[in-house]
Write a protein that binds this ligand. Structure first.
Ligand code: IPD
Ligand code: CA
Ligand code: CA
Length: 280
């Protein structure tokens, strides 16, 4: 079952099949979990995360045994290969645990430090996003492009908050300010899907602090290949270990960068209404 790794054409179809297989596995757990109902018991969710990564690693090993793999659950398997996979076997775990159907499987492939292919599969909508360096981005086989909205006030953007160490995350300030300066901010709960939604024009931008390479690798390539722009939050070039991510349709990128600069400098901050006054 070895695939030819010198021919990049061969990666996407196999990646699609693997992501769909992992998505089907997640849906089995998802339905099982809904049946037993959420009792504060995260075991089934943890089992779903792990089983999905085991399956994906097994498939990668069958097709490309010499490749390195970095997955969220099992960490890095470094064999010194020029190829490295980034795998988030279940992005949107909190949603999954509560029966909220917004989650995905995310896989990306890097060659000599350059992202060359990415696939993100949403099994609840049967939406398969795929991108290949220099060859565009697709949703279920149809070419996708970022939106044409050039005005921040008319844009719909999204963000996310970490599930751990939330008290150290300043994002609520950014959430508030950017909510006031755009048409709205969504927090859907899967960074990989947020990036896909920028790539296909449903969102005009996305930002988040403290993401990991397995959250962003495939989605960043998706946005770039769909004609969008990705940087750090200060405008510096994005790198997989940058942690912070700002993605957009390109047209509102400068306006978003200005927003972040102003907020970091503490300028133009609208005060949050006092809930005690609101109550009165
Ligand atoms: C999380 C999701 C979420 C984002 C968090 C991530 P996980 O990934 O992408 O949208 O806000 O920062 O950790 O833990 O569900 O794989
Ligand atoms: Ca994730
Ligand atoms: Ca995950």
């Amino acid at each position: 079952m070895l695939s030819n790794s010198s021919n990049h054409d061969s990666f996407l179809p196999t990646m699609d099949t693997i992501a769909r297989e992992a998505g089907a596995l997640l849906m089995d757990y998802f339905h099982q979990h809904l049946k037993v109902e959420y009792k504060g018991d995260a075991d089934l969710v943890t089992a779903a995360d792990r089983a999905s990564e085991v399956l994906i690693r097994e498939r990668i090993r069958q097709h490309w045994p010499s490749h390195d793999v970095l997955g969220e659950e099992q960490g890095l398997n470094d064999q010194g290969s020029d190829y490295r996979w980034y795998v988030d076997p279940l992005d949107g775990t909190t949603n999954f645990a509560h029966g909220f159907p917004v989650f995905s499987v995310s896989m990306a492939l890097e060659h000599k430090g350059r992202l060359i292919a990415g696939v993100i599969y949403d099994p609840t909508r049967d939406e398969l996003f795929s991108a290949e360096a220099g060859r565009g981005a697709h949703l279920n086989g149809e070419s996708i492009r970022v939106s044409q909205i050039a005005n921040l006030a008319e844009s719909l953007v999204s963000t996310g908050f970490p599930s751990h160490k939330r008290h150290k995350n300043p994002n609520i300030h950014f959430y508030h300010q950017i909510t006031l300066h755009t048409h709205g901010v969504r927090r859907a709960g899967s960074a990989a899907l947020d990036l896909c939604n920028v790539a296909c024009g449903r969102f005009d931008g996305f930002w988040e602090f403290n993401l990991n390479p397995w959250d962003t690798a495939a989605g960043v390539l998706m946005v770039q290949e769909a004609g969008g722009q990705v940087s750090r939050i200060d405008g510096a070039p994005f790198e997989l270990n940058s942690k912070e991510t700002l993605a957009s349709n390109g047209l509102i990128h400068q306006a978003l960068l200005r927003e972040f600069k102003e907020i970091f400098a503490g300028r133009g901050i609208e005060p949050l209404p006092d809930p005690r006054e609101y109550k009165r």
